[in-house]
Design a protein. Structure first.
Length: 383
């Protein structure tokens, strides 16, 4: 089945059946980004997919639906689970290194990636996936009591639970907790502006650098993602890093890495970190092999040669590719072994201790010591 037929089939599955979705359900809340079409359908304007729905139908993301001639979010306050992670797992290597982040997601996704590695959450069409419930204030309080420096909206894309994520971010800000978006960046201009007003850091998944890949493998388009990346960098104060999962035979050619890394330097400058991470066969893409370490290292070399100052390898054990180096004198500034930090050669202002060159990022006088721990949390204990 070609990509176009595959995507049409997915959209039809999401929108042909109708459900009784009650506005009395506390998990169902009104949204702002929609308008009524002349044929009576309601168009969701949150993302470039622009799903057009009859009453009772859900969009491709599954969590936004048409009820009483408006688009509602059906997963407000509902999560697939909470866990404390190292911030480096997002991955963010230049944002409060070594600190713990309270991570959560909901169900659904507005992309149709065949290689999704969180498919049990992001591709879920069952609300019983959402096993833990919490209002924004409970999440913020739990993060504070658990001594997390930030909360991450992750596992599935937070743009589809736009209203919930923003409310959590507002509650967190009142307690001094930062907000981190882990996103594919597939969001329309107006909701994008509102969303990133409330974020402190973001890792954007730049899945490839060809329209062909985006359409055939993810059922989406490249241009809106590039627009989001440029918007975050130039129009906000959000700290941003980029991640590309390299899939052998799909998006790992040297030419594509050349084109991508040159675009990053040309449009964003040299200081936006890039992460090249290893693929493993999953979901609907089982025919591709795991990514060799040599491929990741070669991508890192290409990006560095094109002027990207901070380039990392991920999902593999590669101490050199994990660590941060001064782009001026070459000193290792932050040693990483998986998610465990070692040598630290930044001063209190984020400058290299040997030559004084500034390292781009959000740093403090020292680093956290959360390490590689992954700690599940039940928010019911904090209500």
């Amino acid at each position: 089945m070609d990509a176009g037929r595959f995507l049409c089939r997915v959209i039809n599955v999401m929108t042909t059946s109708r459900e009784n979705i009650s506005l009395d359900d506390p998990g169902v809340v009104p949204t702002r980004y929609w308008h009524k079409l002349e044929d009576g359908r309601i168009q969701c304007d949150l993302c470039p997919r622009l799903c057009k729905l009859h009453d009772g139908q859900r969009g491709l993301c599954f969590v936004r639906a048409c009820v009483s001639e408006q688009i509602v979010l059906t997963t407000y306050g509902r999560s697939s689970g909470y866990c404390i992670d190292p911030i480096e797992k997002k991955p963010l290597n230049h944002f409060l290194p070594g600190t713990p982040v309270l991570s959560f997601g909901t169900a659904g996704c507005n992309l149709a990636c065949k290689f999704c590695q969180n498919w049990d959450i992001s591709k879920s069409r069952q609300l019983d996936t959402l096993m833990d419930k919490a209002d924004p204030e409970t999440i913020a309080r739990a993060a504070q009591e658990l001594e997390c420096r930030s909360v991450a909206y992750t596992y599935n894309d937070p743009v589809i639970f736009h209203e919930y994520a923003i409310d959590v971010a507002k509650a967190c800000k009142q307690r001094g907790i930062k907000s981190v978006a882990v996103t594919a960046g597939y969001i329309s201009a107006e909701p994008r502006k509102e969303f990133f007003q409330h974020m402190d850091a973001a890792n954007v998944d730049l899945k490839a650098f060809t329209e062909d890949f985006y359409w055939k493998v993810t059922g989406s388009h490249l241009a809106p993602v590039l627009e989001t990346i440029e918007y975050i960098h130039h129009e906000t104060d959000v700290w941003m890093e980029l991640t590309t999962l390299l899939i052998p035979g799909y998006n790992d050619s040297e030419k594509e890495i050349e084109d991508m890394s040159r675009w990053v330097v040309d449009k964003l400058g040299p200081d936006v970190p890039m992460h090249f991470t290893a693929f493993h066969p999953d979901y609907k893409l089982m025919d591709a092999p795991r990514t060799p370490l040599a491929t990741l290292r070669r991508a890192r070399e290409i990006a560095r040669s094109n002027g990207v100052r901070y380039v990392y390898t991920g999902n593999v054990h590669d101490k050199t590719g994990d660590s941060t180096y001064c782009h001026s004198c070459g000193l290792r500034l932050i040693e990483r072994d998986w998610y465990v930090l070692g040598e630290w050669n930044l001063d209190a202002n984020g400058n290299c201790r040997r030559c004084g060159t500034h390292c781009a990022g959000v740093f403090e006088a020292g680093h956290g010591n959360w390490g590689s721990k992954r700690q599940p949390v039940r928010l019911a204990n904090y209500v």
